[in-house]
Design a protein around this ligand. Structure first.
Ligand code: IPE
Ligand code: IPE
Ligand code: MG
Length: 246
């Protein structure tokens, strides 16, 4: 049943921690990199079904600032897959009205990755029907530190008054511009944030699903959103029906 104060046609910002590629591969006696390849197919399916599920912005965690700790061969494979995904899908995404944004640190990425990121963002800059944000070389703490550094520089240069720094200004300096997800999903049964969207998650709802990421698809996204629709969000206030009572 729909909650009266939570209309089912509200367009959502959903963020997904796509986890479990390695375990999916191991269960099949395959190398971890095979899990990542099938994970890209799951991403394609999920993006294709997201709009119908009620999503207007989908933010996915593709590579964390801590994922550099993995073996070099796995890191190279993840870099390669990011490139292949953009190369194969950019035109279709662009034609479908999808705006692509890449979140995270650009430093540390190789020139060929930077080039595909640039191309994806430029090619889709005028699209507005749907936003796909890929967090790549992203860490919530790094993003907050980078934002703080940018504001400190601006203050030092006399461009902003340090006293004017508030939540809105801080949010504006983040690579997400502070856009908050309504719902954060993590697959594979793990129940942690792993440095994803720390600032933006302040009032997000969480849904944890046991499915391993390469098996994910629109039906799982719909199930997570159904669960989200049952939640009551308060944002620090009181229950919706009791607001007038005082
Ligand atoms: C998620 O799957 C993909 C990335 C982190 C890039 P994992 O590779 O973390 O898979 P598990 O957690 O080892 O199963
Ligand atoms: C988070 O998953 C990063 C991505 C999904 C890209 P991890 O698999 O790296 O997280 P931990 O290490 O299990 O916390
Ligand atoms: Mg993992």
């Amino acid at each position: 049943m729909q909650r009266p104060d939570g209309p089912s046609d509200a367009r959502l910002h959903v963020a997904i921690i796509m986890d479990g590629n390695g375990r999916w591969a191991r269960a099949r006696g395959l190398p971890r990199t095979a899990g990542h390849k099938f994970g890209v197919d799951a991403l394609k399916r999920t993006v294709e079904g997201a709009s119908e599920a009620g999503v207007s912005t989908l933010t996915v965690f593709g590579f964390s600032t801590e994922n550099w700790r993995r073996p070099g061969s796995e890191v190279s494979e993840l870099m390669k897959l990011m490139k292949i995904y953009v190369e194969n899908d950019l035109e279709r995404l662009a034609r479908d009205g999808v705006r692509v944004k890449i979140l995270g640190r650009r430093e540390g990425l190789s020139p060929d990755i930077l080039q595909v990121i640039e191309r994806a963002e430029t090619r889709t800059a005028d699209n507005a029907a749907f936003t796909l944000q890929v967090a790549f070389n992203y860490g919530g703490q790094a993003d907050i530190a980078d934002a703080a550094r940018a504001l400190a520089r601006a203050a030092k240069a006399g461009e902003i008054d340090p006293e004017a720094i508030d939540e809105d200004m801080m949010a504006g300096a983040l690579s997400t511009r502070g856009e908050a997800p309504d719902l954060i999903i993590r697959t594979s049964g793990e129940r942690r944030l792993s440095n994803f969207l720390l600032w933006e998650a302040a009032y997000a709802e969480f849904v944890f699903q046991d499915v391993l990421w390469p098996d994910y698809g629109p039906q799982h996204l719909k199930a997570a959103i159904d669960e989200f629709r049952q939640r009551e969000r308060r944002f620090g206030a009181v229950e919706a029906g009791k607001r007038a009572a005082g």
